[in-house]
Design a protein around this ligand. Structure first.
Ligand SMILES: Cc1cc2nc3c(=O)[nH]c(=O)nc-3n(C[C@H](O)[C@H](O)[C@H](O)COP(=O)(O)OP(=O)(O)OC[C@H]3O[C@@H](n4cnc5c(N)ncnc54)[C@H](O)[C@@H]3O)c2cc1C
Ligand SMILES: *[C@@H]1O[C@H](CO)[C@@H](O)[C@H](O)[C@H]1NC(C)=O
Ligand SMILES: *[C@@H]1O[C@H](CO)[C@@H](O)[C@H](O)[C@H]1NC(C)=O
Ligand SMILES: *[C@@H]1O[C@H](CO)[C@@H](O)[C@H](O)[C@H]1NC(C)=O
Ligand SMILES: *[C@@H]1O[C@H](CO)[C@@H](O)[C@H](O)[C@H]1NC(C)=O
Ligand SMILES: *[C@@H]1O[C@H](CO)[C@@H](O)[C@H](O)[C@H]1NC(C)=O
Ligand SMILES: *[C@@H]1O[C@H](CO)[C@@H](O)[C@H](O)[C@H]1NC(C)=O
Length: 530
């Protein structure tokens, strides 16, 4: 009986995907949007269709971060709605649903696989970039941040309001608050204060019926799910209320390289034993990367070490000279500065760059890239590190690296079920594999070589399941087609992202979006009805 049913389902699915090639009528959708009762905030200027030729492609590109996805699919992308008011979000959700159109919600557009602006079934992009207000309340150490604000804008606002408050989030200023926080969000304050989602205290969300809800009206189970269960599964986040954290006025950073000749691999090997046990106020990232050798054309490995320390340089040097003397860090390699200034260094901008660049919003993508992620629970032996380095060499791009991000500290103390993000106690570090290129012809080779690197890493990383970080979106680990959600497939990628929290996420989904309107290739499916 079960077999017959699944065969039947398969037939149904196939016919649905064929039927999906026919677009639902755009006119009906637009009429519905325009008739939405919101006289003070008319939506007309905020709907961009393919008729507005130049606006259409420039607005598509504005928040397309990965050059792999610069050409809109004119067969399926029906319109872009650049919401300026909550009623525009409500209208888009309700009108898309009633017209059988999918939506993709885009805040900063940094999704590694472009899931916020690509679909192979008819869809509209709900663009959130206009909704970017930030209000900081210093006495209560809280802030409201709208989804379309960038991390750079958030950091600037916090720093303008107080020299001793900060927020634990990512290190790229153009990342959007909407997707970043939905997917967990981490940065160099993680060992002291946890993830972004560990510091979220309220949210405003538009649900599948177009209702605007806050924490108390949505209920604790939905509020739990949106703090790390991934964007695009439960509703549209309008804004987050966050807890700000205390930092000293002056903090210390350094960025140094240790080459192969300088024993970089030995330092990296030892780093694995100490980085997750250092004081919580210290985050020491290791970055094995392909570098140019001293002779022309020669390639070698340099291991970068980046530190963020909530304290002064002398203390940092003394901690590291005890815990990791192999690194041989010197006082003059350390820089003392404000927390806001450190955010520039973490973006690889030179010292002295004005902080106003944190507010930049590039008009189009700069490069092609691909990332993958892994969790490491026991130190990788030296021959494993060498194999990984050799696999990096095979990727023939100028930019190829691994980011090793240490865990421990607060990450060990927060229970795995406190939020959907489960990768807590027991992890030494997380790896991000990354390569970028500037020529479309290099795409296929780069993607293939990244798969090979991932295979080489397999014996050294978590298994059953091989865990992955949702914000480092990687379509290779399991995915569904745009318009469908097969639960068995969802359990493959879902268990890698969420481990034991997947079941609860699926139950929350079944309760709040039982017809699975909010979906993408790696979204949460509703739990099966028993
Ligand atoms: C250069 C770079 C650096 C990065 N650095 C870090 C880092 O340091 N730490 C880290 O944790 N991550 C980092 N990331 C990953 C980043 O956190 C994720 O890509 C994140 O999803 C981006 O959020 P976004 O709003 O910019 O993306 P989008 O592409 O807009 O959205 C990502 C996902 O969330 C959904 N979504 C977006 N907005 C909403 C909303 N308002 N409501 C509901 N769903 C929504 C989208 O539909 C999509 O599924 C980095 C990414 C890049 C490209
Ligand atoms: C797009 O075109 C329509 C119809 O010509 C027009 O009403 C609307 O204002 C245009 N929108 C933008 C953002 O240019
Ligand atoms: C949540 O919304 C309800 C209904 O609008 C309101 O009464 C309540 O004060 C809100 N809660 C918070 C914390 O703002
Ligand atoms: C470390 O080496 C890489 C690769 O050569 C280079 O891009 C980077 O600027 C170097 N960093 C420092 C701090 O010297
Ligand atoms: C390495 O050399 C190539 C040219 O051979 C150059 O394009 C690239 O920018 C160099 N990379 C670094 C990190 O200096
Ligand atoms: C921050 O950087 C700016 C620009 O380089 C510099 O003028 C300022 O002194 C720095 N402030 C601190 C406290 O680091
Ligand atoms: C990419 O490949 C195409 C087709 O083979 C070729 O015409 C083009 O010059 C190549 N581009 C680059 C930058 O090498």
């Amino acid at each position: 009986m079960k077999e017959t049913l699944s065969v039947l389902c398969l037939v149904l699915l196939v016919s649905v995907s064929e039927a999906a090639i026919t677009k639902p009528p755009l006119g009906e959708f637009l009429r519905c949007l325009r008739s939405w009762p919101s006289p003070e905030n008319p939506i007309t200027d905020d709907i961009i269709t393919a008729d507005n030729t130049t606006t259409f492609s420039s607005s598509y590109l504005s928040y397309t971060k990965n050059e792999r996805f610069t050409t809109p699919n004119y067969q399926t992308l029906m319109a872009i709605v650049t919401a300026k008011h909550v009623s525009h979000i409500q209208a888009t959700v309700v009108c898309a649903k009633s017209n059988g159109i999918q939506i993709r919600i885009r805040s900063g557009g940094h999704d590694y696989e472009g899931l916020s602006y690509i679909s192979s079934v008819p869809f509209v992009i709900l663009d959130m970039f206009n909704l970017r207000s930030i209000t900081v309340d210093v006495p209560s150490k809280e802030a409201w941040v709208q989804s379309g604000a960038t991390l750079g804008e958030l950091y600037t606002k916090i720093s303008d309001a107080s020299e001793t408050l900060a927020f634990p989030a990512g290190v790229c200023s153009t990342v959007g608050a909407g997707g970043h926080i939905s997917g967990g969000g981490y940065g160099n304050l993680m060992r002291k204060y946890g993830l972004t989602v560990d510091n979220v205290v309220d949210a405003l969300l538009v649900d599948v019926n177009g209702k605007l809800l806050n924490r108390s009206t949505m209920g604790e189970d939905l509020f739990w799910a949106i703090r790390g269960g991934g964007g695009g599964s439960f509703g549209v986040i309008l804004s987050w209320k966050i807890n700000l954290v205390e930092i000293p006025k002056i903090v210390t950073v350094f960025k140094v390289n240790r080459t192969l000749e300088q024993g970089g691999i030995d330092v990296l090997y030892k780093w694995q034993f100490v980085s997750s046990k250092l004081p919580e106020s210290l985050f020491l990232r290791a970055m094995p990367q392909v570098a140019n050798g001293t002779r022309g054309g020669e390639r070698t490995i340099a291991v970068g070490f980046y530190a963020q320390f909530l304290g002064r340089a002398d203390e940092l040097v003394s901690i590291l000279n005890q815990a990791l003397p192999e690194l041989g860090i010197k006082r003059q390699e350390c820089l003392e500065m404000s927390w806001l200034n450190t955010t520039l260094l973490w973006e690889d901008l030179p010292v002295g760059t004005p902080t106003s660049v944190l507010l930049d919003r590039p008009a189009k993508p700069e490069k092609f890239f691909k990332s993958k992620s892994d969790y490491v629970k026991k130190p990788i032996p030296k021959e494993g590190i060498e194999k990984l380095c050799n696999a990096m060499f095979k990727i023939n791009n100028n930019i190829v690296y691994m980011q090793w991000n240490p865990y421990g500290g607060a990450m060990d103390k927060i229970p795995a079920s406190a939020t959907p993000f489960p990768h807590r106690l027991g992890n030494l570090f997380k790896i991000q594999y990354y390569t970028a290129w500037f020529d479309a012809n290099a795409t296929k080779g780069s993607l293939d070589m990244m798969k090979e690197l991932y295979e080489v890493a397999e014996p050294y990383v978590s298994s059953n399941p091989r865990e992955a970080f949702l914000n480092y979106r990687d379509i290779d680990i399991g995915s569904n087609p745009s318009g469908q959600t097969n639960v068995d497939e969802a359990e493959i990628y879902g268990s890698k992202f969420f481990l034991g929290n997947l079941k609860r996420l699926m139950e929350v989904k079944a309760k709040y979006d039982p017809d699975n309107f909010f979906k993408n290739e790696q979204s949460i499916p509703p739990a099966r009805v028993k």
